[in-house]
Design a protein around this ligand. Sequence first.
Ligand code: 26V
Length: 837
Amino acid sequence: MSSVLKKTATDARAERTLRTELFERYGCGPVQFSGNPNASYERHLVLDHVVKPGNASAREVFEALARSLRDLIAQRWLKTGETCDRENPKQVYYLSMEFLIGRSTSNNLLNLLVEPFVREEMARRGVDLDRLDDEEPDAGLGNGGLGRLAACFIDSMATLAIPAIGYGLRYEYGIFRQEIQGGRQVERPDNWLRRPDPWEVDRPAEAVDVRLQCAVQSRRGTPVLVADRPTLLRGVPYDRPVVGHGGRTVNTLRLWGAAATDAFDFAEFSAGDFFGAVHEKVVAENLTRVLYPDDSTTAGRGLRFAQEYFLVCCSLADIVRRFRARGNDWGALPDKVAVQLNDTHPALAVAELMRILLDGAGLGWDESWDLTVRTLAYTNHTLLPEALETWPVRRFELVAPRLLEIVYEINRRFLDEVRAKSPGDDGLAARVSLIEEGPEKKVRMAHLAVVGSYSTNGVAALHSRLLRETVLKDLAGLFPGRFNNKTNGVTPRRWLLLANPGLAALLTKAVGDGWVTELERLGAIAPLADDPAFRERFRAAKRAAKVRFADWLRSATGEVVEPASLFDVQIKRIHEYKRQLLNVLHVLVLYNRLRENPALDAPPRTVFFAGKAAPACHLAKVIIHLVNNVAAVIDADPAARGRLKVLFLPEYNVTLAQRLIPAADLSEQISTAGYEASGTSNMKFMMNGALTVGTRDGATIEMAEASGEQNFFLFGLTAEQVANSRGWYSPFWHVEHDPETRLALDLIRSGTFDLGEPGVFAPVLDALLAQGDRYMHLADLTSYVNAQEQVVALYGQPDAWARKAILNVAHSGRFSSDRTIAEYAADVCGAGPCPVD
Ligand code: 26V
């Protein structure tokens, strides 16, 4: 929680005015200075915690402060809802199985614009705001990019005053916590709700009942679904405020928690099985207990489908209730409601909305279908075939047979049309069918989403094109008008203003604070790239961010890094296609060079890795182990001391990203071209003044276009080259012809990094050689090493480096999620702002 509004003497009056204005806006002040005891922080300490302010623990202070900030929000939150009920605007509903929101308190404090006042008031009470941050756990309700994007989007919608509700699940356990033991990843449960969360408001009165055709039972401790035991589950809403910047609009993130209904155990009760009944009640609540990691094998995914069904049923019931409560007729559904499906995870919405319109509203098929298709829109986030969801028909039968009936009927009518359009082309019908035939029939969720919605978008230009030309080619041929691109963005509030106060202050000084909500205004600093004085201030801000990170790292982990070294950073989920291994191979090339030539002229470099491996993904876990062992061996070698350091930071989460990204000099975006749908950390690095070494993949292509390729270190095969060389590519050619590649691989093979476990990294060599190097690491290694040499050359010219970094910041404006949301609003859902007065 850093100071965002820096004070000068002449600002004093303006500050008083702002203070008055803000308190009028919120109806009260957060601490005691408004004189409104209902909103006071002390009141929460004494009445909620029954503790004397002087004796309160840090956690109690944190909770009381957060609750007093919630008091501040309450009036605006109510007013936002009232305004929407009165104006009846088109409302956006964002359905997502993941919202990776991170911490709320510092972000809300900042968006409310009261941070400087609260800081002062708390300091007067002897409390340092920054020390309270760590009392709040990260809300890790997501796996990675897809979940974090959802969080950035709801921030932008609130800032743009777009009437929007995010719908998700209230997992009691978020993404697992990562520990490193003996170099290996160990997963620990993330019980983030162990202590009460001051930001959530439960609303049992708005609970929704969901019918399942099966029961949730427990078999040897694991929850399983038992067929033909119709069950009623209750979805209880837990609302979180989503504060738009400036605090005028406060939207809602509504997370559903599963509970048993009162009628749940009636049968067992009357049979006298008291413990059995209570046990089942507890088991019912398992449904939203845990977030599934993104790789889960079918065996372990039993509840995931039921979770998706539960999210869809609760959310659509709520959406329809709101729609009807505003007095709308069914025919107006597409004019008043836009439902955005975040990937196929909530794609059951197609069938469930049909069910509501057919069975609930009593409309006919054609009208129901027309309304459904015109209400729903779908975003695809991956081209990886193994990540495209399909669900066995058996699972539908088990959980929701009526939805299966509807899917079959949608498919029957759809295939009739396809055959009528292209008679005789049976291949086409089989390829586009919603059902995948085979030993086990499955529903193709992406096909269901495309056929049942009016818009399908990819998340960067290249990804959207590949979607149309490859995985969804046939469907794109049938519905050309539905396909479009919406390049991702990130919120500059959290990722620049909050994460990097030093750079934020410099930018505000240069162009005013309008950039916070209109990031394109940063374009105005482009000419300053040629101003030596500005460059010096920019470099000072980066240096300060590096020192700040190094200080934090030392105090939190004991690790020591040298802020003068080049901070080279790759942080993201560990996955073969993201090619952390390519980065490791480059490190080994550098290490070999240093051992070969101790007098080598190269700047000291610290290579940071962070990211979680899916628990069942063996190779990803071996990669983490390798990084840790390489780090240990290099650390122990005098040849590398002070020149090369590798560090794997455990437990990568939103907060760690906020700390590390501002400190980065170099951003690693090195996926195999054609595989990273967009990437979003790439944008965060860019706006924080890092330079990018990257492939022509995802949104990185558009970032380089925006700032000029001369300001980027692009390398490697293009997506086309990757696709075209699939047939003949052989990693062995590179082993034979590229000496440094061979040496790097030899170093792994030699057992240098095995540390007492011979052969432990054989799976890495196997993937890179015997299995054909699916992600073409070796094909790109030489060109990557060359790009890194250019990095080094430029780093040796601090002024030239700063110039390019400034130009990158200046051209990062397009990558604000405000721009993405404005594009969705204009071209996809047709929703506009509904300002709250
Ligand atoms: C798949 C599964 C499968 C089973 C259980 C849970 C689960 C959760 C997530 C996924 C797929 C995740 C796809 C994803 O995160 N895509 C990323 O989306 C980002 C936002 O659009 C984008 O920037 C990244 O490039 C893309 O990889």
